[in-house]
Design a protein around this ligand. Structure first.
Ligand code: PLP
Length: 468
């Protein structure tokens, strides 16, 4: 492509004295300029969207002139001042505020959550951090359930410190303690359902009732539920349809994306002021979902629902198998009748989640770690973090999530000696076969056997991993 100009032909438009009345024609400009604008226009005609790239969507659009921007600004003002909706769904102007793909995804999220407004974020943790930042004012107090995701808890504690506020931790299931913890300056309760890895279920009648009652003492109080593990598909009725529930946050990275490929998350609410506040934060500091990921998630959302249902069913079969196995001491899964929240699960939930954890009989922390390593040699069950992807994953909970927690605290909170299993899309009998093999043979697999297996496996796969 030549960048050479046609000086003679364009010369009149370069003169300050007698610049022609008509616009400088593209046909007289350099070949590079003509080619660039021709292909961009062609792409706009083909795609029907005014992207500023010959082949791809772009972060911003050709608005043609200021009128469209004014219309956008007015629509935003309408959302902000009339309180009708959240400006997260305004048409694409600049991608940090949203794109066509994020708007479409938000419409799906609103439908799933029964929400008036939603904001899409670039990860689940971003959604959680945003809502904490939006609500934690100077001196504010928060009540948080002990079993919430450890990064969410740590972030909230950090925010509280910065604003001269405080956080009270309450045991999951102890609704009396939760009510007691609420004080006039309490601005939020944060709970998760199901919890990881003990799979406690929030009672969706009692939890919102506590928030309602707490509001008599703490008028600004908002109840936020992280429903990542349960998913919106799990509930008999949307969480936000329950009086007392203000905000749902989730990591879409897990079940709603379902393939361990795309990080994303969302904040959903019927409180338009909160949604707009969160969206203002996104617009200022970033954190929105990129359009490519939004498109990928949208394309997979229907399949993700089916895959999650299948994983949940497999998890039930596996939990039942483990619960009946003589070498297993205890299994934690919402489908089991000995679950501490069985009544609420029966009443409020229609999916029991794909995550479970268990204790192997006569295994201390070290042997539990050994068991997890042995299980991972089956290859069908892989040693990995996270859940709700394609493959089944195992990890030793203490190693992965509580590595620096003192053993006494681990035991006090019930997080000790846990094998965590994130059930994938394999047939449940294949996973059961692997578990049964490991339960029967883990004690006879030596540390040397494990080291040899790892060495050989790395060689087979041509891998060089940390710790190798
Ligand atoms: N919430 C829960 C319950 C999680 O388990 C996680 C991550 O594991 C998150 C939020 C954070 O999600 P993300 O990894 O998408 O930031």
């Amino acid at each position: 492509m030549s960048t050479e100009k046609k000086p003679t032909e364009l010369a009149p438009w370069l003169s300050s004295d007698d610049c022609p009345l008509k616009r400088p024609p593209l046909s007289l400009m350099s070949e590079a300029t003509r080619d660039l604008h021709d292909v961009i226009d062609e792409h706009i005609r083909d795609s029907g969207r005014p992207y500023l790239h010959p082949a791809s969507p772009t972060l911003q659009l050709d608005m043609l002139n200021s009128e469209n921007v004014v219309a956008w600004q007015e629509a935003k003002a309408g959302f902000l001042f009339m309180g009708e909706s959240c400006w997260s769904e305004l048409p694409h102007l600049y991608a940090r505020y949203g794109t066509t793909a994020t708007s479409e995804l938000l419409a799906r999220v609103r439908e799933l959550e029964g929400a008036r407004a939603a904001v899409a974020t670039d990860s689940g943790m971003q959604a959680i951090a945003l809502i904490f930042d939006a609500l934690m004012s100077p001196g504010a107090h928060a009540v948080i359930m002990r079993q919430v995701y450890n990064k969410a808890r740590t972030y909230l504690q950090w925010v509280a410190e910065r604003v001269g506020g405080s956080v009270s931790l309450v045991d999951d299931g102890d609704y009396a303690a939760m009510l007691d913890a609420i004080r006039p300056e309490t601005v939020l309760i944060f709970a998760e359902t199901f919890t990881n890895p003990l799979m406690r279920a929030q009672d969706l009648e009692r939890l919102p009732a506590v928030a309602q009652e707490g509001r008599e003492r703490a008028p600004a109080l908002k109840l936020i539920i992280d429903s990542t593990i349960a998913t919106p598909w799990a509930f008999e009725r949307p969480l936000l349809s329950r009086a007392g529930v203000d905000v749902v946050v989730a990591s879409g990275t897990k079940a709603l994306a379902g393939q361990d490929r795309d990080l994303w998350g969302y904040v959903a609410t019927n409180n338009i002021d909160i949604a707009n506040h969160v969206m203002d934060l996104v617009a200022m500091r970033g954190g929105i979902l990129d359009w490519r990921r939004a498109e990928a998630v949208l394309a997979g959302l229907t399949a993700a629902k089916g895959a999650h249902a299948q994983r949940c069913q497999s998890a039930e079969q596996i939990a039942r198998f483990l619960a009946g196995h003589p070498k297993v001491e205890r299994v934690f899964h919402p489908s089991l009748s000995d679950h501490p929240d069985a009544e609420a699960i029966e009443r409020d939930y229609r999916r029991c989640g794909s995550l479970l954890s268990f204790r192997v009989r006569d295994c201390d922390e070290k042997l539990t770690r050994h068991f997890s390593d042995v299980l991972a040699t089956t290859v069908v069950v892989r040693y990995a973090l996270s859940f709700d992807g394609l493959t089944t994953k195992v990890n030793h909970h203490q190693t992965v999530s509580e590595y620096f927690t003192p053993p006494e605290r681990l035991e006090r909170d019930g997080f000790h000696r846990l094998v965590r299993l994130a059930v994938g899309c394999e047939h449940h009998e294949d996973i059961i076969a692997c578990l049964n093999w490991a339960l029967n043979h883990a004690p006879s697999v030596t540390a040397e056997c494990l080291a040899t297996w790892k060495q050989e496996r790395q060689e087979q796969l041509g891998l060089c991993l940390p710790g190798a």
